[in-house]
Design a protein. Structure first.
Length: 298
């Protein structure tokens, strides 16, 4: 999850409404999310800046700037799912603008525990799982950048495995659904698939390099930037529409298939190193996950 400086929210609470409104308008996305979190507002990870500003102004007017901040617990929010209408230009040079509903996670994404909670609960849907993956992936990129030696290698193995798992779930379970349900869905998904193909190639190149290669860190930064932008586009152009236009039971069923596939893919197998499936090549991991997904949805 993106980090924020809570002092921005604390300082803002001591100002009058006119000053506060000006501060909100100039805050960064991370600062706005942090301010909202301090004021007990959850489900902001998929929101764009204009919607964050509106939520902050509404919260400011509601609590008169005196409410005590709530502590994020990582548990599912009991409030309604956060969604918003906006317009966004699709990637890939289509030049089309698509009205979209932004996906708000039904679990609070304020801590590392949020990802665990989303993955473990049988009541969470596939959008919850993918949003939780996005947060885990961001955290792992940060861990690799800070780590050395065995810790760096371990974090890299986790990231490699999670990226392949995440993209496989999207490509086999979610993107086909979005292509049918999202306005201009085929164009939107074609752009996402192109981005995922490039990420797979970059991931494989880093795997061949290894974490000790002198160019690994620079390559990892490029991969991180591309993956984060890709995740934001998915949340903006795909997840919100699915959350609002696909029956909840169907999305929960897809999450169950994804969990089953991960369990199958993680079982010991002859084509994986003895140390575990995470240590295989991206291509080998992808084959295992895709086979497991096919078995899970039979």
């Amino acid at each position: 999850m993106a980090e924020h400086t809570s002092s921005s929210g604390s300082a803002a609470r001591g100002q009058d409404h006119s000053d506060m409104a000006g501060d909100i308008d100039t805050m960064t996305v991370n600062q706005l999310r942090g301010w909202l979190k301090d004021h007990g507002v959850t489900g902001t990870s998929g929101m764009r800046k204009e919607d964050l500003v509106k939520a902050a102004v509404k919260t400011m007017r509601s609590d008169q700037g005196t409410a005590s901040p709530n502590i994020a617990t990582g548990k599912k929010s009991t409030g309604a799912t956060t969604s918003s209408a906006a317009t966004h230009k699709t990637a890939g040079g289509t030049g089309k603008k698509t009205a979209h509903a932004t996906a708000g996670p039904r679990t609070e994404a304020g801590s590392g525990r949020a990802a665990e909670t989303a993955w473990e609960s049988g009541n969470d849907d596939v959008i919850d799982l993918l949003l939780a993956h996005h947060e885990q992936i961001k955290q792992l990129f940060g861990q690799i950048a800070r780590a050395q030696g065995e810790q760096k290698q371990a974090a890299w193995q986790q990231l490699k495995h999670l990226l392949v798992l995440h993209e496989s779930i999207e490509q086999q379970l979610v993107h086909p659904l979005a292509a049918r349900r999202v306005p201009d869905g085929e164009d939107v998904i074609e752009s996402r698939l192109q981005e995922e193909q490039q990420a797979t190639e970059d991931l494989s190149r880093l795997y061949e390099m290894g974490v000790d290669h002198p160019q690994f860190d620079d390559g990892l930064i490029e991969l991180r930037d591309a993956v984060v932008e890709h995740a934001e586009l998915e949340e903006d152009e795909e997840f919100g529409y699915l959350r609002e236009n696909v029956p909840t039971e169907q999305l929960i069923g897809l999450a169950a298939a994804a969990r089953a596939a991960e369990r199958i893919a993680n079982r010991p197998h002859a084509d994986m190193p003895a140390s575990g499936p995470q240590n295989g090549s991206p291509a080998a991991i992808a084959d295992r996950v895709r086979d497991a997904l096919r078995d899970a949805v039979k």
